[in-house]
Write a protein that binds this ligand. Structure first.
Ligand SMILES: O=C[C@H](O)[C@H](O)[C@H](O)COP(=O)(O)O
Length: 282
């Protein structure tokens, strides 16, 4: 039975929890425990540094959270700012916009406020991963079938920050490291036509309709209910022109070529070192 004394006990417990929460400080990067897998250390190092160096807790209000396994650590780090009493009042006013269901879940799981891009079309800063990054900060994205909403969010901000491990860096041209092809999101009914056009009109070497594998029989269906074609062109000389050509095909929703919109890239390695690539001018 609920009595005044149990109610007082409850109030005391809540007070203790609040005091405990208030005492949580943002973990220092230099004091983080080593993670079980070297690649995870690399991803976390890149993501935490990217957040610490670019997120302006006092000025930014609308934050874009991308998709993939590296951005998990971005959401985690912002969640840590929220728990620190020095930043909580500011971070609790953030609205985070997502690039798909996974990123929506990351926002919610880390206690951050979720908002829709229809209501917040201007994003102060956005963080996202990448499958390949060239020296000019052009990207291939969409390895996890999220690309349309990623492009929407990343082109809605001037501060698009990329986080990845060093294996994603291409020293020459896009397509040299990410060899499975440029992801192209297509309206399902048009996939065969786009596949044909990519091969015949744009001379793709191979074009594959991405399959769900063990987790889903048949084609992968994106968060926007479309299909993904992986179009392999070998080394890509001019990502901007290729993007435009693919985009002009009937049935194409978006391409995984992100050209000229990333501002800075953080590349982590397994011992926690982080290297950056910065765009010359914004
Ligand atoms: O479709 C997925 C997204 O473009 C990801 O951002 C990209 O694949 C990188 O993911 P990860 O951080 O897991 O390597």
């Amino acid at each position: 039975m609920f009595t005044p004394s149990t109610s007082k006990g409850l109030v005391r417990k809540i007070g203790a929890i609040k005091r405990f929460m208030a005492s949580i400080k943002l973990p220092k990067i230099s004091e983080l425990p080593v993670l079980g897998h070297p690649l995870e250390n690399a991803k976390r190092a890149a993501a935490y540094r990217a957040v610490d160096e670019n997120l302006d807790v006092y000025k930014h209000r609308v934050i874009g959270i991308g998709s993939g396994s590296t951005v998990v650590y971005v959401a985690q780090r912002i969640g840590q700012y929220l728990k620190d009493d020095e930043y909580r009042d500011y971070v609790s006013k953030f609205t985070c916009v997502a690039t798909g269901y996974q990123s929506k879940q990351l926002i919610i799981e880390n206690g951050l406020s979720y908002g829709i891009i229809e209501q917040y079309p201007y994003v102060d800063i956005a963080f996202d991963g990448a499958d390949e990054i060239d020296p000019n900060l052009n990207l291939i994205k969409g390895g996890g079938a999220c690309l349309f909403q990623e492009k929407l969010v990343s082109t809605s901000t001037k501060l698009f920050i990329v986080v990845a491990d060093t294996s994603k860096k291409s020293y020459t041209k896009l397509g040299s490291r990410w060899t499975q092809g440029v992801p192209v999101e297509v309206v399902p009914v048009a996939f065969a036509r786009v596949q044909h056009d990519l091969l015949k009109l744009l001379n793709a070497r191979t074009v594959t309709l991405r399959q769900g594998g063990k987790s889903k029989m048949g084609p992968v269906v994106t968060d926007n209910m479309n299909f993904i074609l992986d179009a392999c062109f070998g080394d890509i000389d001019d990502p901007g022109t290729l993007h435009q050509k693919i985009k002009s095909l009937v049935g194409v929703v978006e391409t995984g070529l992100f050209v000229d919109n990333a501002y800075k890239c953080y590349l982590g390695d397994s011992d926690g070192e982080v290297h950056t690539i910065v765009k010359e001018s914004v």
